[in-house]
Structure formats: C-alpha cells, structure tokens
Design a protein around this ligand. Sequence first.
Ligand SMILES: *Cc1c(COP(=O)(O)O)cnc(C)c1O
Length: 443
Amino acid sequence: MHIEKSPEDYYNKIFDLLEAHHNWFRSCIPLIASENVPSAAVREALMSDFGNRYAEGWPGERVYAGCVYIDQVELLCIELAKKLFKAEFVDVRPTSGVCANLSIYTAFTQPNDRMLALSIPNGGHISMGKKDFNGTAGAVHGLRVEYFAFNKDEMNIDVDQTKKIVEKMAKDEHDPPKLAMFGGSLFLFPHPVKELADFFHSYDMFVCYDSAHVSGLIAGGKFQDPLREGADALTLSTHKTIFGPQGGAIVSFEKYSERIKKAVFPGNTSNHHLHSVAGKAIAFAEMLKFGKEYAEQVVRNAKALAQALYEKGFKVIGERKGFTESHQIALNIVDYGDGGTLERELEKANIIVNRQLLPGDIQAGRHYTHPGGLRLGTQEVTRLGMKESDMREIAEFIKRVIIDKEPTEKVKRDVIEFRKSYQKIHYAFDKMLDAYEYVKIRG
Ligand SMILES: *Cc1c(COP(=O)(O)O)cnc(C)c1O
C-alpha cells in the first residue's frame, strides 16, 4: 500500500539529505574548479537576518527603511573589494557572475550589437554565449556573439588573427564589435589583455574581463592584473577562487560607475542578497589577509597535480606551456572513455570533478554530455590545507580509477582514509568548525 508522506516526513527528509551531503563531502576530494568551501565566519554571515531584508539601490540612497546596519556592511564590503583589486569603483550587488556579466552588457551595449568572446569549447562561458545555444549574451540581451581566434596549441587567444577578424568586421562590414569579453571557464593561461586592449579601444570597444574563475588569483597577485593591462572592468564570481558565498561583483573605474550602478539596479536586480553581501565582506577580509599566500599555493598545487598526472600517463592539456598558470588542469581522456562516464566513475570513488568540452570536441562529433575532457581545480583542496605531496596522492587515486580501472569501492576506501587528515579550513581567521561540519540551529 502506498503511504502518503506527511509534511513532517518531508521536513525531516530534507534535513537528513542536507546532513548526508555534509558527511559525504567530508570524505570527498573536491576538485570542481568553480567551487570552494567558505569559512564558518562566512556561513555565520549567511545565516543572519540580513538575508530577510530589502535594500534596493545604493547605500545611503535606499528604497527601503531598516538599512542602518546593512548600509554600513555594504560600504565596508565595497571598501574591502577596492583594496583587494586596487580599484576606484566596485559594485558588490550582482547576485552572481552571470548577473554581473548581464549588467555589463546592459551598461555598455545595445541589443543587436556585436560582441567578442571565446566559444564554449575554447573555454567561453554560457553567459557569453550565442542565442542559438541559449547563451545569456545572445538570448537575454540580443547580442550577436563573435569569437576570438583561438590557438589550441597555446590554449590562448590568437592576437594577430583576432585583430584581423575585428579589422574585417570594421572595414568590410562596417559593423565592429562594441564589447570584448576576455576570460572563460576553461582558463589555464593569462589572456593577452595588454596586447589587445589598445587595439580594441581604437574601435571604441568596451573591454571587460570576466574573472569569475580567477578573481581570487588576481586578488592574490597571481595570474594577471587586467585593470592595469587595459581592461575597463572586471566581473567576478565571489566563490570560485575567492572564499565567498555564491555571488558576483563588478570592479571598474569611477568614470563608468554611474552606468554600471544603473545597470545593476534597477536594470538586473530589484533587491540584491544582503546576507550574501555580508558574506562577501567577510570573504574579502580573509582574502586581504591570506589571499597572496593562498593564491600562490593554489597555483603550485595545480602545477604539481598536472605534472603528477602527466607522469602517470595522462594527456594533460597545455604541456608545452607548463600545463597551467591558474587553479585549473584540463585532461584529454578520450583514450580511456568520455568525460561524462569518467566523471561518474570518479564520483563513485569520492573524487568530484567535472567533464569538460575541449577545443576540437565539436568537430570530432563529441558534445557536452560526453566530451573529451575533464577539468580539475585545486582551489578547494588548497583551502583544506593540501600541498604538493597531496597532489601526487590525488593523481594516483585518479589514475587507479581511470587508467587502471580498479574497482571504485576500493579506491573510495583509500580516499576516505586520505581525507581524514584534512578536515579544517586554512587561510581563515577562525578555525573552530570543521570545513564541512553540519551546523544544526533548529531545536
Ligand atoms: C562561473 C562563471 C560565470 C558565472 O558565474 P555564476 O556566479 O555561477 O553566475 C561567469 N563567467 C565565467 C567565465 C564562469 O566560469
């Protein structure tokens, strides 16, 4: 007989699942390049009453009463972000990286304008995608997306070919792009901002750099410094290589501030997420204190993991260039299966990674669900205190699953044992709670 679930059954089940997730993650190796684990301090800010309030608008010019303390926290958040990115202007209200990008499109382009970005297999993000693929730029703001020329061997934007593409659009078609969007989701090496910014500006293009993935590395003084290299603005996610809650921000110059502010509110948000702003402020303070040391270790770990995987026989992308200068590693795994299947095999062994379209995959008939690659990131395991020698152990676990095809149950047992020594968050002021500790505040 089918027994109807009571409201209490649902209620209890949800908490059971939340707790089960925490317990699982305690014994996993988290290698998804877009994720991180926030400190207990950030989690405390997220639980605060800020999350239940409305502000709308800029501190001091709110649409709602009750913002006395909220305004002060948001101003501190802005002050911290300005220090972190050595910037004149920051808007911390975008609720995500996509929302930050959409605000840039709103502020600096009109629907039907052309913009330049990386294609998805070459590392572009869906928020810079064409309308045909339901990308935000095309489907939401009506931009016509054109692609940077990309050099697969260098895993980077081809400067000379890209200039030719823009010259042709301007001279032959009288239709140059209005916006160039650097940055991407598969992002191994710094982009040629310095080499292209003046050229783009000579066509009156706005130059944005989507630092969703690498914002923490930039803040830590690694990777590159786009605002000094000629970019007009950075968009960020605050939770990939920064320690934050999930969210976004825009970093730019005073001269663009009014346009950006209007595009964020009322353009793309009514109320922003005030608990998230408090969380971002805490995360920025942590970055200001520990960011340099953290970013250096993240990149050292990425290089060590890439090298170890290479030595174990994996095809690691970017070999000629030293594999990576960021937190990411990309593997071509077509010799062993496809990205979708191997992602699931690794998950059974408590190794959490994601599949990745690689340059050339579409031409080879591979697609998003079964691509030729896997993408790994070292930002979260670094936050757990792991160092280069741990990366060599992780490479061995991955090899045992993918190359040796050992039973995943067996590898999982060893992963759980390995993970026991890494339960605390590093690069944080407060280390009382375990990284994935489940905090119960209900009675
Ligand atoms: C992750 C990502 C985003 C989106 O960020 P969200 O905070 O998830 O909205 C935007 N751009 C790039 C390049 C990304 O990788």
